[in-house]
Design a protein around this ligand. Structure first.
Ligand code: TNX
Length: 526
């Protein structure tokens, strides 16, 4: 090669390199992206950002917690992209080709969970008042990426995402799911999987229904038979199971890392057959009951007159409160049909005191309003408006779990194999199309702490079935809890959900393909 030719080649090489580097990123519209729950405000700027293998995740400030969040994001993006993104702290001004996570002071309506997400062709910035807000912002960022980002294996493609700005915060501070691990037991790995699924939609509470007639699922060291015997079966006679305190701590930590509060529920004085079978002294006649594997409710009660009953309850609350960092303790209190009301009222009053003495705030199903509940006690409404109104008249706040809207164990329609139907069929429209602040006449938004979707598991035996009953209804509930009512429209939600199906499939979530949505017509580019 002559020197001239050699120089020419070099010049051409540099020209090509220059041209490709100047090439603009493709035009994309952020308003086309499916975001669930829908953010408060989305502005599109018509360009795009490309995530590359040398994109950096930069942490502004020296918060270790924020640094861990950077790692979480890097891990999230890794399987599908194959990129091992570097995470490092920085104090420098913004540089291009990076994702910034930063804590700043946003207006007060952003609270702890709000965030701002800014995507330009050069970088991505997530700002929030707390790391919790950054975490919620990351869940939105995930959904701005093509659906394939959720794949667990390497995807051979480019990773452009639409540019724009998102301003977002929740309308309710409590956005929960409940999993009944008593009627059928679910291993800690399953619970973690459920936590990951609900975290994606910005839920912040997982209420674990830990004791019922069919099984006691949490180790109480001072009362060991509760689990060794009382946890040994489930509905249908399977072998049941329980969490050791170490398992429970592991679940709590996993949830904490996803900014989800675990609420333990020990249901009493009814729904207690597993305890009554494990310890004869808890029964008024001193005789242990038999283990129960059926589906009836309302037949069991603790002996409310015995001293030992309160010793038992105090031990349970003490041990469980000690391993529960969240502020709440759920005492059940529902369907105590075998407890006389004159016994029920003082019982709930005493248990309320015990919970408070162990430093926790009481939650109970709406029947507890017949007792002398404190204004700090939370009433979980599941169907009797009178009870919710009575709770509010006692200055308590309400958590809404209307059974005909939020019960994930209700059948979708007459041909759903799983589930029950005592509260009616709950298809996607019924689950989505309602508003917390107008649900119960006389109860306004200020009285409501938030909403929760319970999944009772009499008929639900494994994770595939859990997913089928929860998804996609729970996505709608997540949006009700997060998005202002004025931005929620069923027809728009339907379209978004339809496009979201591809993402659910990639995540292998076994969702119910409701006939209300024309899934096949889904021509989403993602
Ligand atoms: C009612 S709602 C129950 C549960 C059942 C559920 C079945 C409530 C507080 N109690 O014990 O599992 O119905 O749908």
């Amino acid at each position: 090669m002559t020197l001239k030719k050699y120089l020419n080649t070099i010049v051409i090489f540099f020209l090509v390199a220059l041209l490709t580097s100047c090439k603009e990123n493709p035009k994309m519209n952020l308003l086309d992206e499916v975001l669930l729950p829908k953010p408060v405000l989305v502005k599109a700027t018509g360009s795009s950002f490309e995530l590359k293998n040398d994109t950096k995740i930069l942490i502004k400030g020296d918060s270790e917690e924020l640094f861990q969040m950077g790692k979480y994001l890097a891990n999230l993006l890794k399987p599908a992209t194959g990129f091992d993104l570097e995470v490092k702290a920085t104090s420098k001004k913004t540089i291009s080709n990076s994702i910034y996570l930063m804590l700043t002071k946003l207006e007060s309506n952003y609270g702890e969970e709000g965030y701002q997400l800014n995507i330009t062709d050069k970088n991505i910035i997530i700002k929030a008042n707390s790391v919790k807000g950054v975490f919620r912002g990351i869940q939105t960022l995930r959904q701005v990426f093509p659906s394939e980002i959720e794949a667990s294996n390497l995807q051979n493609r480019k990773w452009f995402i639409a540019s724009g700005e998102i301003y977002d915060y929740p309308q309710f501070t409590y956005r929960g799911a409940m999993l009944d691990v008593t009627r059928h037991f679910f291993k800690k790995e399953d619970v973690k999987k459920y936590i990951d699924m609900i975290a994606m939609y910005k839920l912040n509470v997982l209420h674990l229904h830990l004791s019922d007639d069919q099984g006691w699922r949490i180790e109480i060291k001072s009362w060991p038979n509760l689990t060794t015997y009382g946890g040994s079966t489930e509905v249908g006679g399977g072998k049941g199971g329980f969490y050791t305190q170490e398992d429970y701590k592991e679940i709590v930590k996993y949830a904490q890392e996803r900014y989800i509060t675990i609420i333990p529920e020990i249901d009493m004085p009814g729904h207690t057959n597993a305890a009554l079978a494990s310890y004869p002294e808890l029964n008024c006649d001193g005789k242990a009951t038999k283990l129960y594997t059926g589906m009836k409710v309302g037949f069991s009660t603790l002996c409310t007159h015995k001293k030992i009953t309160y010793q038992f309850i105090d031990d349970v609350i003490r041990e469980l409160a000690a391993i529960t960092p969240g502020p709440y303790f759920h005492i059940g209190g529902d369907e105590s049909h075998s407890t006389k009301i004159e016994d029920y009222i003082p019982f709930i009053n005493k248990v309320q005191e015990l919970v408070i003495a162990h430093g926790k705030q009481v939650i109970g199903w709406d029947e507890i309003v017949s007792a002398t509940i404190k204004p700090t006690t939370l009433v979980q409404y599941w169907g009797r408006p009178k009870n919710a109104l009575k709770g509010v008249s006692k200055n308590a706040k309400i958590i809404l779990s209307p059974s005909d809207r939020t019960y994930l164990d209700m059948k979708y329609d007459s041909i759903t194999k799983l589930g029950l139907k005592w509260a009616g069929y709950v298809d996607l429209d019924k689950a989505y199309n309602w508003s917390p602040s107008t649900l119960i006449p006389g109860i306004s938004k200020e009285d409501i702490l938030g909403i929760e979707s319970p999944l009772w598991t009499e008929t639900v035996t494994n994770m595939e079935e859990v997913e089928f009953m929860a998804f996609p209804r729970i996505i709608g509930h997540a949006e009700i809890g997060w998005t202002p009512d004025s931005l929620r429209v069923w027809d728009d939600y339907k379209m978004r959900l339809k496009k979201h199906a591809k993402r659910l499939k990639i995540m292998k979530i076994n969702f119910y393909p409701s006939v209300l949505i024309d899934w096949n017509e889904s021509k989403s580019k993602k």
